[in-house]
Design a protein around this ligand. Structure first.
Ligand code: PMP
Length: 313
């Protein structure tokens, strides 16, 4: 987090950052029992309004994660939207921001699992956030020695905090070994995704991405890229299993996700991807994506939920 907000939303109210606490014996602290969403808010081109990208889609996934974890949603969808707008306004943010929504289990009866015997609440954190490292120049990745978790044991489709221990192992391993990031394979040995982003490769002019059954999060940015490629950029797309060696041979590769936006991958396991520099298709996807999120493509304004910047609540 680049800058700490003064206020967060928790227990249905705006409270100071230092007061936003959970008990050490809570299920979320003890066992990572939470689901969450990460959403970006972008300042529009004139710099007057913040617009949250595909907010209803993020809320859909948030509620799907709660459903799969058998969490009774503590608040209505509209309440989360109000809390995002309220946190933005309370903190006076008029710059690009990143939202964390979370629903978490609190204290339970005898450390039990049953949802009706455990406290539940949600929190909203909005904080300033700029571009990810590696966005213009690209990143060097390694194939993780850790496998991606699977739908059979710990479904990656659920955006659960505990799933990110798998991401943590892979990412830290990559950094310790001198890489910028990791790529995880699934139990079938096919490419799954990165610790916090989905993968696209370009082979013979086609944009290729693994299917949602490959052990990935159902990424909203991935769906966005697929739609843009087909409708706007005239680039053929394919959703199919991807072998590790295909990434080595790809002309281009990139990660896509809310935090990583469109981050080029310029090598994997020290095999240069294509020329070893971000490719033309990656650049055109990046360009179109940023035009959309800044409100410069009116045809996609339905993907943007504006919140007036610097408004008092
Ligand atoms: N995979 C994982 C594991 C992620 O954490 C994320 C980030 N939410 C993504 C993919 C990309 O998803 P989205 O485009 O919806 O942010």
């Amino acid at each position: 987090m680049s800058r700490q907000p003064e206020y967060v939303w928790m227990g249905g109210d705006y409270i100071r950052w230092q007061d936003a606490k959970v008990h050490v014996a809570s299920e979320c602290a003890m066992r990572g029992a939470n689901v969450f969403e990460g959403i970006r808010g972008y300042l529009d081109a004139p710099g007057t309004r913040l617009m949250f990208f595909r907010l209803p889609d993020h809320l859909d996934r948030f509620f799907n994660s709660m459903k799969l974890m058998r969490m009774q949603p503590p608040y209505a969808r509209a309440t989360y939207v109000e809390a995002i707008a309220g946190c933005t306004a309370q903190n006076g943010f008029a710059e690009d921001v990143y939202v964390r929504l979370t629903t978490y289990f609190g204290l339970g009866k005898n450390y039990g699992y049953l949802p009706d015997e455990v406290e539940i609440d949600s929190a909203v954190i909005v904080s300033p956030r700029g571009r990810p490292e590696g966005l213009p120049q690209g990143i060097h990745c390694m194939t993780s020695t850790w496998l991606r978790i699977s739908d059979r044991a710990m479904p990656p489709r659920i955006k659960a905090g505990a799933n990110y221990q798998n991401s943590r192992l892979a990412f830290v391993e990559a950094r310790i070994n001198g890489y910028d990031g990791a790529l995880l394979l699934n139990a079938d040995g096919r490419v799954a995704e990165g610790p916090g982003a989905c993968l696209f490769i370009v082979r013979a002019g086609t944009l290729i991405t693994p299917p949602v059954t490959a052990g990935i999060l159902e990424s909203i940015t991935r769906a966005t890229v697929l739609e843009l490629a087909t409708r706007e950029l005239g680039i053929p797309t394919a959703i199919r299993d991807v072998d590790r060696t295909e990434v080595y041979l790809a002309d281009e590769a990139f990660f896509c996700g809310t935090a990583q936006e469109i981050t080029p991958i310029i090598s994997l396991d020290r095999y240069a991807v294509g020329s070893g520099e971000p490719g033309a298709i990656t650049r055109s996807v990046q360009q179109f994506f940023f035009q959309i999120v800044r409100g410069e493509r009116p045809a996609y304004s339905h993907w943007l939920t504006p919140v007036p910047a610097k408004v008092a609540v």
